[in-house]
Design a protein around this ligand. Structure first.
Ligand code: FBP
Length: 552
């Protein structure tokens, strides 16, 4: 296979590990904390996770581990959306297993959780792993979004694991996939099996985090990739001085990516969904805010600018949120019937008596293409596919109308030309930054230590991430500790709680303190491309979000 010069150079990169994991394999002991509680709904969750609820936190320390040389068979799954660094989680896990015992085997399940259900595997070898070290993508085995949900799927998963004589399954995924990991860990034990289940925190969205999971992997690389592109657009806008760029950024519900990119690039406007929800702003009011900046800048002769829009915005605007919830429930209640219709009109007719009148009116008044996007298939976890709703175009259309009216009344004196962009898939498979390369390898290695220590129902955890890698703290967090009950598919389900942008936390406050200036005065910052080789202050810096969160 032909490889680029960068890929060749990245093969030679040795990921940095925390001291506790870089010690000899015989010197990694497990320190156990006190029992834990879930973040909410403790009573209900205790009943659902009868065996795995409430396990203690664990940390790795220097010491003796009598089980470290056990011969193990492990299966690993890449689940959900791609995130830079996934290959290194697998490499870290593989290297740990082989260091423990050269006869241990690591299988990769093909195409995500579906590979476990259908017993589709690839046994990793040194050659395969070496070809993917320090690279982006999930193509080593592929990913998928199948949810292990029905009794048949759970039974098939156990059957596969038994057929392969697995000691453990590792699920590399986001909140939904790790919710699956928690359910699977409980199910295996319920069925009298000692096959362990360990999760690894993946998602570019950055919403799988808490005190012990400081960030999910991939967030760092994705944000830096988007910030480079935004910086380039800022320079272009500042050079030509004729366009407003409306940029939607991936991130699903949470606005972490938009906020981090704003901190890195200082755009004129960055909408934060969580703030819009907290203030109860309507879509019309959000459009007014955008127009206010455009009008003020036009008064200064600046008919250009940058607007960042989080992907999940529509789910946080109260009237749109209500519409989406009503649509989800109506569609979940009549999925087969709904799927038969081809045209928007037929869908609207069917929905008219099934959703409230105000919601119906909003849907009917949306541009037809956008209305159609609200009705697209939900993902297997019941989420509306926000990446496919063109909010950036909807906002441009609404802003244009308002500016037209403002121009007619003499308030707006500028010239508005807008371009729509969506940055999402561009950032999910980039070569991981040094941070993600090191973090992912450590997460994979730490997953091995959790397995060899006989633990199940844990998420691999590496923290103290703003310190140099050798000072990182590795261990495991019980999956049930992060869970609560949420309304999904028309019912209350146990899920890992998503971490949304905290309006009281330093990243948002830092942004909020500067944004009024950015809205009027051009204050762009150009972060440039990710650097892999060079001084640590250029190559090894974590995100601004992480630094600000940990500076408290
Ligand atoms: P995960 O939550 O699985 O990590 O996915 C992240 C994400 O990139 C979201 O930001 C985005 O909304 C979604 O995946 C897109 O999904 P798909 O890849 O199925 O189009």
């Amino acid at each position: 296979m032909d490889i680029s010069a960068l890929q060749k150079a990245r093969y030679a990169y040795t990921p940095k590990l925390p001291v506790s994991l870089s010690a000899s394999i015989d010197d990694i002991a497990v320190e156990t904390g006190t029992p834990t509680e879930s973040v909410a709904n403790q009573e209900e969750l205790r009943k659902i996770f009868k065996i795995t609820y409430g396990k203690p936190l664990v940390t790795f320390k220097k010491g003796n581990n009598p089980h470290v040389h056990r011969e193990l068979k492990v299966g690993v799954i890449l689940s959900g959306g791609q995130a830079p660094g996934g290959h290194n989680v697998i490499a870290g896990l593989y290297d740990g297993l082989k260091k423990g015992n050269a006869n241990s085997i690591l299988y990769g399940f093909l195409g995500g959780p579906g590979g476990l259900i259908k017993n589709k595997t690839l046994a990793f070898t040194d050659e395969i792993i070496n070809e993917y070290r320090n690279t982006g993508g999930f193509d080593i085995v592929g990913s998928g979004r199948t949810k292990i949900e029905t009794p048949e799927q759970f039974a098939a998963s156990l059957e596969t694991a038994k057929k392969l004589s697995l000691n453990a399954v590792v699920i590399i995924g986001g909140d939904d996939s790790n919710t699956n990991a928690a359910l699977l860990a409980e199910y295996f034990l319920e069925q009298g099996s000692d096959i362990q289940v360990i999760g690894c925190p993946k998602t570019i969205d950055g919403d799988l985090k808490n005190e012990y999971i400081e960030t999910s992997f991939g967030f760092d690389t994705a944000c830096k990739t988007y910030s480079e592109l935004i910086g380039n657009l800022e320079r272009d806008a500042n050079s030509a001085k004729k366009y407003w760029h409306f940029i939607k950024l991936m991130g699903r519900a949470a606005s972490h990516i938009a906020l981090e990119c704003a901190l890195q690039t200082q755009p004129n406007i960055c909408l934060i969904s969580e703030e819009i929800e907290a203030k109860g702003l309507s879509l019309d009011q959000v459009v007014d805010q955008v127009c206010a900046s455009i009008i003020k800048r036009a008064d200064n002769g600046d008919n250009f600018g940058i607007v960042l829009i989080p992907e999940g915005l529509v789910e946080f605007i109260p009237e749109m949120k209500k519409l989406i919830e009503e649509l989800n429930d109506a569609i979940a209640g009549g999925e087969a019937e709904f799927a038969q219709f081809d045209s928007l009109n037929e869908h609207l007719r069917w929905l008219k008596s099934r959703i409230s009148q105000p919601s119906y009116q909003i849907l009917e008044n949306l541009p037809p293409v956008i209305a159609g996007e609200f009705l697209m298939d939900r993902d297997p976890h019941g989420n509306v596919q926000v990446s496919r709703i063109e909010t950036e175009k909807l906002l441009i259309e609404m802003v244009e109308k308002k500016l037209h009216a403002s121009a007619a009344s003499g308030v707006y004196k500028g010239k508005f030309g807008a371009l729509a962009h969506f940055f999402g898939y561009e950032g999910r498979c980039a070569f991981p930054t040094n941070f993600d390369t090191d973090y992912c390898y450590s997460l994979g290695y730490s997953a091995f230590v959790l397995i060899v220590s006989g633990l199940t129902g844990y998420l691999s955890s590496v923290r103290n991430l703003t310190a140099p890698a050798r000072e990182w703290i590795a261990g495991g967090v019980p999956l049930t500790m992060m869970m609560n009950l949420e309304h999904r598919h028309g019912a209350q389900k146990p899920v890992i709680r998503k971490a949304l942008v905290e309006l009281n936390d330093t990243p948002f406050k830092t942004f909020a303190a500067a944004r009024d200036t950015w809205a009027v005065k051009t204050s762009f910052m150009f972060p440039g491309s990710i650097q892999y080789f060079g001084p640590p202050e250029v190559c090894d810096q974590p995100t601004k979000t992480l630094k600000l969160e940990r500076s408290k």
